[in-house]
Design a binder for this molecule. Structure first.
Ligand code: FAD
Length: 373
């Protein structure tokens, strides 16, 4: 059988896959990225990214801004749902808002990997010295970067429906001039509305003329009515247009403290949402996706010249970066009444809202950017 050959086949061209491919290409590897979607494609996401993402990607925000939506964020408005609102300003840019359809396409094109878009992974089998995918590609290594339902992760034993994770719904819409004028949400200060038990939150993020509204929670029970109530609250306060479409997009993903997927297999590893790396308190997944893509590429490049499937150092590198798997403290682990008590105290104190909720949980101010090289 004739197959096309490459060193590494990356399944999934989101931020994890494209970053890994980019770093592998820079290291001289021959890389193919397979994605079932044709880019630009949408991905349910608020599109909020922290500056270390740009640093790790060696991407100048000013360069990216040319031709793409890039909303500088220099503050946040926080509250528990229905509670008093606290505005926290930083006086400098601490985050950005992007559109995933633009951002993901930009990163994938920039990776310079060979792209197979519109091609789902249908079959993957292990052969001596590597893998055969779709009976078309033979690769020495496979990287699973297909998101929460990644077919590589499932093929290697993950059962997404049985794993505890975040369930979220969101809608993103372009506002017309009238809606923009009426929208009181400050584009420089996204609004976050926490469930009192800290097991989820809703958001209103404005990116130039685009408004993104969503709600995510760490348990599946009652998501739809919670989203309905949250949107009703936003409508009442005029934060969203009265004619906001009712149809939200849903998605699920794992957060690090609860994820149990094995990261490394013989000749294969998992990155980004496929590995379940998102931060638990904020749900931020783009930064861990990008960073795990870099760690995976480093491991693969370092294994060259030795046995190409010597990938164990990747799991150790992930733990060194994100903490020991399965043992992280998370507010979501607290019993609900205690979490609710703590949540209300944190969210009613301007000091705690800034230092704990925003600096520590959302901005990870204590964690420096990962160098790309
Ligand atoms: C509602 C919501 C809001 C969020 N908001 C934020 C936020 O504001 N900031 C943030 O940092 N994180 C946010 N996240 C999390 C973030 O979206 C993810 O963590 C991030 O997209 C993970 O990137 P990834 O590359 O691992 O996976 P993805 O971005 O999901 O990319 C996976 C790719 O794999 C492809 N694929 C899937 N199946 C196959 C297949 N069978 N064959 C080939 N290709 C396949 C898909 O088409 C896709 O392109 C949010 C998540 C949700 C659900």
């Amino acid at each position: 059988m004739n197959t096309r050959r490459c060193d590494v086949l990356v399944v999934g061209g989101g931020p994890a896959g494209s970053t890994c491919a980019w770093a592998l290409r820079r290291g001289g590897a021959d890389v193919v990225v397979l994605d079932r979607a044709v880019f630009p494609r949408d991905k349910p996401c608020a599109g909020w990214v922290t500056p270390p993402v740009f640093e790790a990607l060696e991407l100048d925000p000013e360069e990216y801004r040319r031709g793409h939506v890039l909303q500088p964020i220099s503050g946040f408005v926080t509250s528990w749902i229905g509670g008093p609102r606290i505005a926290t300003g930083y006086g400098e840019v601490v985050s950005y808002g992007i559109l995933r359809c633009e951002f993901d396409r930009f990163l994938l094109q920039r990776s310079k990997a060979y792209r197979c878009e519109g091609t789902a992974l249908r079959t993957l089998r292990r052969v001596a010295g590597g893998w055969i995918a779709n009976e078309e590609w033979s690769a020495r290594m496979v990287v699973g970067a297909g998101g929460h339902f990644c077919p590589v992760a499932r093929g290697l034993g993950a059962v997404p429906s049985a794993e505890p994770g975040v369930v979220a719904q969101e809608i993103e819409l372009h506002m017309d001039a009238r809606q923009q004028a009426a929208c009181p949400v400050d584009a420089g200060a996204p609004e976050l509305f926490f469930c009192p038990d800290l097991r989820g939150y809703g958001w209103c993020v404005r990116k130039q003329d685009v408004l993104n509204v969503g709600f995510g929670r760490l348990d599946r029970a009652d998501l739809a009515p919670r989203v309905r109530d949250f949107v009703a609250l936003l409508r009442e306060s005029g934060r969203v247009p009265a004619d906001l479409p009712a149809r939200f997009k849903g998605h699920a993903y794992l957060v690090y403290p609860f994820a149990r997927r094995r990261l490394v297999h013989e000749g294969a590893l998992l990155i980004g949402d496929a590995a379940g790396l998102a931060y638990s308190a904020s749900g931020e997944g783009i930064r861990p996706a990008v960073e795990s893509g870099l760690l995976a590429a480093r491991t693969i490049l370092a294994a060259r010249g030795r046995r190409l499937d010597d990938l164990a150092p990747y799991a150790a590198a992930v733990e060194a970066r994100f903490g020991r798997r399965g043992s992280n403290a998370s507010p979501a682990r607290l019993p609900s009444p205690l979490a609710a008590w703590i949540g209300r105290r944190l969210l009613s104190s301007p000091w705690a809202a800034r230092r704990v909720v925003l600096d520590r949980w959302f901005l990870h101010a204590d964690q420096a950017a990962m160098p790309a090289a």
